[in-house]
Design a protein around this ligand. Structure first.
Ligand code: GDP
Ligand code: MN
Length: 345
């Protein structure tokens, strides 16, 4: 029995937050989404609490929680105490979380052995997760009704009041991909991703955007990938674009190439390369005013006017040279600087 499991809202256990005079009426057709395991209950509650306090108590966008195992009533009830917004709990169908028939499981197991020194290199579930977030998440039956999703994760922190509606910003300004942090990917995890991408570009030239953000991901006009990617643990996405032909062709091409299993392709480089090649540059947006933290990187607005609404320390954007060097996208001309510090060299 696949999804979505939905249990009645337990209003009795919800601690109501008084609605503010500026309660919003105009809304986008949008949702938060979190992929989560039950062991991450407390991190998930913490993330939702912050999203609520900083933004969503004024807007009441719904939440979709997805899991490769069925959620228990205890988990769902505990999550529901965090918000009076609708919460949908979905089970991921087996065909989206497992090996497709063209993948050799022996070869995949061998890759996990040879990559064991690399972060998550030996993990099988991490690979299923990355593949799922890359192309299947938007196809979940609980997601199909929504035009936009905002991804959240357990334990992330939202450190600034968000006094506007990022979904409506996307909708009103024709943005299809929004981010807060951009970083360099570990090259060992995506050895053949750019070659597979080049094959895709050669096979489907008509799907590529004309005024693309290619310069964000390549410093030599597309010959090589510079490993720059949007950090997808935060992303606000036009799900219609991601369900559309161009993105899904790209995802299927990559899926056939096998690198989700034979290497350890992450959803971050996949989404980022797709956005850079398939969208116009002006369809991508950096949400500089959204204070955000996912271990170990921050986006903390440094401008005093923005900072006043935050509790983060903007010095943490790039505390030392080593971590500063991991942020990428310092391409002033593109306006796609990966974090909000004003003193970036
Ligand atoms: P990292 O941010 O790359 O270190 O990876 P995370 O461990 O944070 O995983 C990314 C997202 O996928 C988070 O939302 C996790 O809750 C979720 N996730 C990771 N692995 C699994 C899994 O095996 N099952 C489920 N249901 N969610 C997972
Ligand atoms: Mn994470």
């Amino acid at each position: 029995n696949n999804i979505p499991i939905s249990i009645p809202t337990l209003n009795a256990t919800f601690i109501p937050i008084p609605s503010l005079p500026n309660q919003q009426t105009r809304k986008a057709n949008a949702t938060f989404v979190m992929l989560v395991r039950e062991k991450d209950l407390h991190g998930a509650r913490s993330a939702v609490r912050q999203v609520e306090d900083r933004f969503n108590r004024h807007y009441q966008y719904p939440y979709v929680f997805l899991n490769d195992e069925p959620f228990t009533n205890g988990f769902m009830e505990s999550m529901r105490t965090m918000s009076k917004s609708e919460m949908i709990f979905g089970l991921i169908p087996k065909e989206h979380w497992g090996y497709p028939d063209w993948i050799s499981q022996e070869k995949a197991a061998e890759a996990r052995r040879t990559m064991r020194k690399i972060i998550y290199g030996s993990s099988e579930s991490y690979r299923h997760m990355c593949r799922y977030q890359s192309g299947f998440l938007v196809q979940h039956v609980a997601m199909l009704q929504f035009d936009y999703y905002w991804r959240i994760e357990p334990d992330v922190q939202y450190s600034c009041d968000i006094e506007f509606d990022p979904f409506l910003y996307m909708q009103d300004n024709n943005k299809k991909y929004g981010f807060t942090i951009s970083l360099y990917e570990y090259p060992e995890t995506i050895r053949s991703l750019w070659n597979a991408t080049k094959e895709f570009m050669a096979t489907f030239p008509h799907l590529l955007a004309k005024e693309s953000a290619l310069d964000f991901i390549s410093t030599d006009g597309g010959n090589t990938y510079n490993y720059c990617h949007f950090w997808t643990n935060f992303e606000i996405v036009d799900a219609r674009w991601m369900r559309g032909e161009a993105f899904q062709q790209y995802f299927q091409h990559l899926d056939r190439a096998g690198g989700f299993f034979y290497e350890r392709w992450g959803d971050a480089p996949v989404h980022s390369i797709a956005a850079a090649l398939l969208l116009s540059l002006d369809e991508i947006h950096f949400f500089r005013e959204i204070g955000y933290f996912h271990l170990p990187f921050h986006n903390c607005p440094a401008e005093p006017k923005l900072q006043a609404k935050c509790h983060c320390d903007p010095a943490l954007n790039a505390r030392d040279k080593a971590s500063r060097a991991k942020y990428c996208g310092n391409l002033g001309a593109l306006g796609l600087v990966g974090f909000a510090s004003e003193d970036e060299p």
